[in-house]
Design a protein around this ligand. Structure first.
Ligand SMILES: Nc1ncnc2c1ncn2[C@@H]1O[C@H](COP(=O)(O)OP(=O)(O)OP(=O)(O)O)[C@@H](O)[C@H]1O
Ligand SMILES: [Mg+2]
Length: 277
């Protein structure tokens, strides 16, 4: 394990965050309680209760099929789109039940954006990929404002320098890593509060991956981020909190350093030391 990286992370953490304890509790952006998911008869997620802290990166780790993506999709109701999928329990964001029937799901997904494993730009120009969300949500009063949103989003996603001379070229013509940054820019463009990323680097080479990891670290200044990853090095590098799942259950959650250096549960220990998964 990359202890130097972990120590650096911890150092930064202790500089910028109050220590845990009754005196200074971290603000939870999202609170999931007793969350269960069934796909037909399959009980895929079992009584998961977890806080996602504001302004931090939380990573979800665990063996394939343990429910990471399923739980991630509970946080912006993407499971609503899957036939036969039932979610129970409560998920609160800023103290509001996101499963309340009066919640506008389109609005919710603008507040809680998502980036997928495979970059999926729309078959449109680079400009229109980013402008799409702000247009449907009416975020710009005129063309100048829309231009501004597009440029700022590309800048924040670390892509502007590479695409500023070809904004009308198709998004699908970019490299894989650029496409993923385009998708991140597209998510940012509607000013979300939370960004969910499901294995955002698994289709990328190490250089493109390093860029996305750097970006995640910058983005946490403005957004709350949840990332699913199969790479424990990546979880250690980018996240402050780590949650370990196994067979649909949340086994352990804690500060990333604690999970990787001193896990409390033997299943976590088995996973991080590569004994299974
Ligand atoms: N649409 C679906 N229909 C039926 N079962 C599903 C569906 N999606 C997931 N499952 C099942 O739910 C369980 C959890 O799946 P999930 O995709 O959340 O796991 P994961 O931890 O994200 O795995 P991976 O690391 O392979 O992406 C698995 O047993 C899976 O087969
Ligand atoms: Mg998954």
């Amino acid at each position: 394990m990359e202890t130097a990286i972990l120590r650096d992370t911890m150092h930064t953490l202790s500089d910028t965050h109050a220590p845990e304890g009754e005196a200074a509790p971290m603000t939870a952006k999202i609170e999931a309680r007793q969350t269960n998911v069934h796909y037909g008869d399959k009980h895929a997620l079992k009584d998961v209760s977890l806080d996602i802290r504001e302004g931090e990166v939380t990573s979800f780790i665990g063996p394939s099929g343990c429910g990471k993506s399923t739980f991630l999709r509970c946080l912006n109701r993407m499971n609503d789109t899957i036939d036969g999928c039932r979610v129970s329990g409560t998920v609160m964001m800023d103290g509001e039940d996101i499963y309340d029937p009066k919640i506008d799901v389109v609005q919710l997904r603008a507040r809680v954006g998502m980036v997928f494993q495979k970059p999926n730009p729309f078959p449109k120009s680079i400009y229109d990929n980013i402008a799409y969300g702000p247009r449907i949500h009416g975020l710009a009063a005129n063309k100048d404002e829309l231009d501004e949103i597009v440029l700022t989003s590309l800048e924040k996603a670390g892509l502007l320098a590479e695409v500023k001379d070809r904004m009308e070229a198709p998004g699908t013509g970019l490299s894989g890593g650029q496409q993923q940054r385009l998708c991140i820019a597209r998510a940012i463009a509607v000013s979300p509060e939370v960004i969910l990323m499901d294995e955002p680097c698994s289709a990328l080479d190490p250089i493109a991956t390093a860029k996305i990891e750097e970006l995640i670290d910058e983005l946490r200044e403005n957004f709350t981020i949840v990332i699913v990853t199969h790479s424990m090095q990546q979880a250690a590098r980018v996240s402050q909190r780590t949650a370990f799942f196994h067979l649909g259950e949340l086994i352990e959650v804690g500060d990333t350093e604690q999970i990787f250096t001193n896990p409390k549960h033997k299943l976590t220990q088995g996973y991080i030391t590569g004994r299974f998964g």
